[in-house]
Design a protein around this ligand. Structure first.
Ligand code: ZN
Ligand code: ZN
Length: 373
């Protein structure tokens, strides 16, 4: 086992604490990654703050980017020295994985949210070398080093700044993938996006790339709506000032939007988003939230032939989608760098607070300060 430093959450609602912990060796199909940086995703915070249950202690973080340091003997897709972005874990051989749908992997839950390896073994341990510290998404990136399954890493171009790209493994992947893979909108479609966090803004950028003619951003903060506009929203609605449903209908010729995403997870907003979906349209609620959405199936879904679609992790194959997003970024069509803010690893609590308060859209913690792009 290797002694490393990680930001641990020891119990629900507790702060991150930097601790010396032990990391197990990579097994045959695993990769040891030295982290350069990691985004903080709202899901990390949802688990830390108890909005969804988790096994503590835990090493959160699932938007990591770094350099491969060691690989198990069965690993074929990466080698030491490769630059990688990490995403979620999948088996690679179940029917869903074989059909190119790893986000619906039969082993998704076991590999991503139990906090352990598939056979129940831990990866991170407390100083006693026995107490298991849970992982998340088979990844855990708020740490100097981690061990992940080979399927969890996507090799990327070495020219790309590793400090920036970690969030392409979750937030930006989820938002863009919901559009590219979940909706596959026809050119000239209309889309409404509720919320302007990472996922919402990624959806807006993707909607523009996909050729949607009307891309409506709905939020309650004017400055966030300005950001949405700068990234591709054709219209913005401040739902504190005007009725969002009426306004979406007005902007879409009375029809409602063909595609609607809710990224807020708030019951009343999810309802407005469903109501703002056009007849025959598709609605995807994507927030990690335990709030309920109440509707009458016949009146609101059947009679209006609407579809409510579950899209997890943007239904993306990370190894295909992450390089694609980097390509869009290089072309100036996916300017996600405009919404990130860097923090030192030691300031991870401040970074998380800045995200929760809405002050920063995507905080990224710099773990390896020696790294130079
Ligand atoms: Zn996430
Ligand atoms: Zn699978």
């Amino acid at each position: 086992m290797k002694k490393i430093k990680a930001a641990i959450v020891n119990g629900v609602n507790q702060d991150y604490v930097l601790e010396d912990v032990y990391l197990d060796e990579p097994r045959a199909n695993e990769v040891l990654v030295k982290l350069v940086a990691s985004g903080i995703c709202h899901s990390d915070e949802a688990f830390r703050l108890g909005e969804a249950p988790y096994n503590f202690p835990a090493v959160f973080g699932h938007e990591g980017a770094g350099i491969v340091e060691e690989v198990g003997e069965a690993v074929t897709t990466v080698k030491p020295g490769d630059h990688v972005v990490m995403s979620y874990a999948f088996c690679g051989h179940c029917p869903s994985c074989m059909h190119g749908k790893p986000a619906t992997c039969a082993e998704w839950a076991q590999r991503n949210v139990t906090g352990r390896r598939l056979n129940g073994d831990g990866i991170f341990f407390k100083e006693d070398k026995e107490t298991v510290i849970s992982t998340i998404l088979g990844q855990s990136s708020f740490t100097t080093h981690t061990v992940v399954d080979e399927n969890n890493v996507t090799k990327i171009d070495k020219e790309v700044d590793l400090r920036l790209v970690g969030p392409l493994g979750c937030g930006f992947l989820t938002g863009s993938g919901t559009v590219f893979n979940g909706f596959k909108p026809e050119v000239n479609s209309t889309m409404a996006v509720f919320g302007t966090g990472t996922v919402g803004l990624a959806a807006i950028m993707a909607a523009k790339i996909a050729g949607c003619s009307t891309v409506i951003s709905v939020d309650i903060h004017d400055h966030r709506l300005e950001t949405a506009k700068s990234l591709g929203a054709t219209h913005t609605i401040n739902s504190r000032k005007v009725d969002a449903l009426e306004e979406v209908q007005r902007l879409t010729g009375g029809l409602g939007a063909d595609y609607v995403i809710d990224t807020t997870g708030l019951s009343d907003v999810m309802k407005t988003a469903l109501d703002a979906t056009a007849q025959g349209g598709t609605y995807a609620p994507v927030a990690v939230s335990s709030n309920e959405l109440k509707f009458s199936p016949f009146g609101e879904i059947v009679a209006s032939t609407k579809t409510i679609k579950g899209v997890l992790m943007g239904d993306a194959v990370p190894q295909a989608s992450i390089p694609q997003l980097i390509e869009f970024f290089k072309q100036g069509r996916f300017d996600f760098d405009k919404v990130v803010k860097y923090f030192d690893f030691e300031d991870i609590n401040a970074a998380a607070n800045a995200s929760n308060s809405g002050e920063v859209i995507k905080p990224i913690i710099i773990i390896d300060k020696e790294y130079k792009a």
